[in-house]
Design a binder for this molecule. Structure first.
Ligand code: ADP
Ligand code: MG
Length: 248
C-alpha cells in the first residue's frame, strides 16, 4: 500500500528540551504513522518520559516542532486541550480520582468536555470496562481494585475519549509482577485492533512481540531504531548492545 500524507499522525522535528541548562532532548526527529506501535527503550533518566510528554505539550519544547495532522502544537495559538483529547495518555501511576467510582472516573472527561451526554458516556464506560475485563467493577472505587485493575481502568478512561494515538509511559512499572501480564494483554489487544501507540517500556519480550518499531533512546536522542527482530537480534551501536546485554 502506498503511503499517503493522511497516514502521518505525528511529526517530530528537531525537538529540543532543556530544563535550565540541562539538555534532555537534543534534536529528536521522527514520524509516527497511523497504526504504528512504537516501543521506546532506554536507560533510566535518558529522556523517554520527557519525549512522550513533549508530544502533547505536557512538557513545552525549548526548540523544534511537534505536528499532529500537520498542526504545529508548539504554536501558542493552538487549542492544546482539544488536541489532547485525541492523544490519550497512561502513566506509571494510574492517577485515578479516589473519590469517584470507576464509572465516574471514565465518564468525567467526555461529559465535562461535552463530547458525550452522561448516558452516552455511561454506555461507553460499560463497553470499555467489558473490554478490559472489569465490567463488574463499574460502581466500586479505585481503592477496592488491585494495581493491575487500576491500570486497566486508566486505559479504559483514556480510550473513552476516542483517541487517535495512545501514549503509555511505563504502564507496568509500578505493578506487582503477577499483575503485569493482565495489563500487557490489554495493551496488546489494543495494538492488534489498530490503535497507534508509543509505549515506553522495560518489558523487552512484550516490546519485541507487539511493536513494529523499536527506538533506543540515549544521549538525548533516538540513537538507534529498527524493526523489533533486528533491534533485539542484531543491535548496531555499542550502547544498545551493552543495554540489551544487561536487560535480556
Ligand atoms: P526517563 O523517563 O528516560 O527515565 P525523564 O524524561 O524522566 O527520563 O528525565 C530525563 C532527565 O530530565 C532526567 O535527568 C531528569 O532528572 C530530568 N527532568 C525530567 N523532568 C524534569 C523537570 N520537570 N525539571 C527538571 N529536570 C527534569
Ligand atoms: Mg520515565
Amino acid at each position: 500500500m502506498s503511503e499517503t500524507k493522511s497516514d502521518v499522525l505525528l511529526e517530530v522535528k528537531n525537538l529540543h528540551k532543556a530544563f535550565d541548562k540541562h539538555v534532555v532532548l537534543n534534536d529528536v526527529n521522527t514520524t509516527v504513522r497511523k497504526g504504528d506501535v512504537i516501543a521506546i527503550i532506554g536507560p533510566s533518566g535518558c529522556g523517554k518520559s520527557t519525549f512522550l510528554r513533549s508530544l502533547n505539550m505536557l512538557e513545552m519544547p525549548t526548540g523544534g516542532h511537534v505536528l499532529f495532522h500537520g498542526t504545529d502544537l508548539t504554536d501558542k495559538s493552538v487549542n492544546i486541550n482539544q488536541i489532547r483529547e485525541k492523544i490519550g495518555m497512561v502513566f506509571q501511576h494510574f492517577n485515578l480520582f479516589p473519590n469517584m467510582t470507576i464509572r465516574e472516573n471514565i465518564c468525567l472527561a467526555p461529559v465535562k468536555l461535552k463530547l458525550m451526554t452522561k448516558e452516552e458516556a455511561s454506555k461507553k464506560a460499560d463497553e470499555l470496562l467489558e473490554r478490559v475485563g472489569l465490567k463488574d467493577k463499574a460502581d466500586t472505587y479505585p481503592a477496592m481494585l488491585s494495581g493491575g485493575q487500576k491500570q486497566r481502568v486508566a486505559i479504559a478512561r483514556a480510550l473513552a475519549m476516542n483517541p487517535e494515538v495512545m501514549l503509555f509511559d511505563e504502564p507496568t512499572s509500578a505493578l506487582d509482577p503477577e499483575m503485569v501480564g493482565e495489563v500487557l494483554t490489554i495493551i496488546k489487544e489494543l495494538a492488534q485492533s489498530g490503535m497507534t501507540m508509543l509505549i515506553v517500556t522495560h518489558e523487552m519480550g512484550f516490546a519485541k512481540e507487539v511493536s513494529n518499531r523499536c527506538m533506543f533512546f540515549s544521549d538525548g536522542n533516538i540513537t538507534e531504531e529498527n524493526a523489533p527482530k533486528e533491534f533485539f537480534e542484531n543491535p548496531q551501536s555499542p550502547r544498545l548492545k551493552e543495554f540489551l546485554s544487561k536487560v535480556l
